[in-house]
Design a protein around this ligand. Structure first.
Ligand code: GBH
Length: 479
């Protein structure tokens, strides 16, 4: 008996994703200066093992080999980010040597017939701008648009897909409120201000790029989730799910697609920190929401896991489960006091994230029905993947990783995308996170998400079984 095969739509894009700070290394070369992540890596106990991005995957020097690997995999597209600290090392003056790296990378991708999918901000703010308040300072949004236009000057003739931000929830609440990501602050007020200024940066940059070239495909990537209540008949459980949905999803989707912040979330936060909300309300200037809700052509959905929550104890998953070190972590959710995580027996990855492919189907259906569909915005899964405890073995002189768990994760989530497509959702592509094992933020190099293994001693790359499986799926365009 042969297994049934499921075809993908003819123009569906298969990709893989990375981010500049996580792979490039060359942190002090060709004029690059510190980003907030370089600085944060020097904070005691901020990152496991005191790891940093100085070398990472040395992609800055090995990008040709890495693009060759992408070609072997058969990728249609590659999602990468550009480093603001390379391009404008102090947040101001342009550094041509930094820009040149991205010109070389894009040329290499185009030669390999791989569509470059460029993200302008994947969390690495120039440290010089953090010293002026970072994303809590409204001026940072204006600086971001200048940097975006530099990149467009350099690459606009060859790069047609532009994403403003990756996961603004992480660059605001995880970074300025929970203290888990750079710059490691613990302030609800700064988190809210950062989130608004990131949205503003997004909206005004979409407008500026569209004015330059109406044919560009412009969008943003959000980390979205499905929040399930433990007991659907318990108002406290439903309220916990509403709070999670509000703070992860609607806080960003509503301003972008509806031009408003969700009032229920504002009131939840006011109840615990009225000062933070007052300061946020003062920061939202007339016209901001109009700017933020500028039409986008594509919405990137990053999905890793769902949330299973109740309004009652016990709390089985630590709030802010992203904190791996001794350094204190606060909750990234300003209104978290009635949210408790429960166990539902799903498999978990070593990050303790639930494996729940079906959540991706429901998420895509919901985002399409409530937001992207009516707006005429295309949907892409711009990140999905898992860290597993990979074991490298040598067979016939070759390094192999038999990562059956990741193969199953990949197949499960691609199946979930097909289920969404079968249900009528228009999903135009999928990017596995990540192309390479890389610097996993506060987890340092301890967690490996790649379909390609990186040996950090030798920088040798080896295709894992999951990479081989992905290549087969891409070649046949069926699951
Ligand atoms: C992505 O973010 C990043 O874009 C990428 O750089 C990173 O390497 C990759 O994932 C793997 O981590 O309820 O507080 O425990 C991940 C998005 C959203 C996943 C929040 C973990 C847990 C939040 N994250 N989620 S909490």
């Amino acid at each position: 008996m042969t297994a049934p095969t499921r075809p993908f739509p003819a123009d569906f894009l298969f990709g893989a994703a990375t981010a500049a700070f996580q792979i490039e290394g060359a942190a002090h070369e060709d004029g690059r200066r510190d980003s907030i992540w370089d600085a944060f890596c020097r904070v005691p106990d901020a990152v496991i093992n005191g790891d940093n991005g100085d070398v990472a995957c040395d992609h800055y020097h090995r990008y040709r080999d890495d693009v060759a690997l992408m070609k072997d995999l058969g990728l249609n597209t590659y999602r990468f980010s550009t480093s603001w600290s390379r391009v404008r090392p102090d947040g101001g003056q342009v550094n041509p040597a930094g820009v040149d790296f991205y010109k070389r990378l894009v040329d290499e991708l185009l030669d390999a017939d791989i569509l470059p999918w460029l993200t302008l901000y994947h969390w690495d703010l120039p440290q010089a701008l953090q010293e002026k308040g970072g994303w809590a300072n409204r001026d940072t949004a204006a600086r971001f648009t200048e940097y975006a236009l530099d990149m467009h000057d350099a690459l606009g003739d060859r790069v047609k897909v532009w994403t403003t931000l990756n996961e603004p929830w992480c660059s605001s609440f995880l970074s300025y409120t929970a203290g888990i990501h750079a710059p490691g602050h613990y302030s609800v007020e700064e988190g809210m201000l950062a989130a608004h200024h990131l949205m503003l940066a997004h909206g005004q940059t979409i407008g500026a790029l569209r004015e330059r070239d109406a044919s560009l495909n412009l969008g943003i990537t959000l980390n979205l989730t499905v929040a399930d209540a433990v007991d659907l008949s318990d108002p406290a459980d439903l309220d916990a799910a509403r709070r999670i949905d509000g703070q992860f999803n609607r806080w960003f989707l509503d301003p972008i697609f509806r031009g408003e912040y969700p009032a229920d979330v504002v009131e939840d936060i006011r109840a615990v920190d009225a000062g933070a909300v007052a300061s946020f309300e003062a920061a939202v200037q007339p016209g901001d929401l109009e700017t933020i809700s500028t039409h986008i052509d594509s919405l990137g959905v990053n999905y890793y896991h769902g949330e299973y929550v109740s309004g009652h104890e016990p709390d089985l998953a630590p709030i802010g489960g992203d904190a791996p070190t001794e350094r204190p972590a606060h909750s990234p959710f300003p209104s978290h006091e009635r949210i408790f995580w429960h166990e539902r027996g799903l498999p978990r990855t070593p990050m303790q994230w639930e494996v729940q492919p079906e959540g991706l189907t429901r998420l895509l259906q919901r985002v399409s029905a409530d937001y992207a569909g009516p707006a005429g915005t295309a949907l892409y899964v711009t990140e999905n993947g898992a860290a597993y405890d990979d074991v490298a073995v040598i067979e016939d002189g070759q390094t192999r990783v038999h990562d059956a768990d990741r193969v199953e994760f990949l197949r499960g989530h691609l199946g979930a995308v097909l289920d969404a497509i079968d249900a009528g959702v228009d999903v135009d592509g999928y990017f596995y996170w990540s192309m390479l094992d890389n610097f996993e933020w506060a987890w340092g190099y301890e967690k490996r998400f790649g379909i390609v293994r990186v040996d950090y001693e030798t920088q040798e790359r080896s295709l894992k079984d999951s990479g081989r499986e992905y290549a087969r799926i891409i070649a046949s365009r069926t699951l």
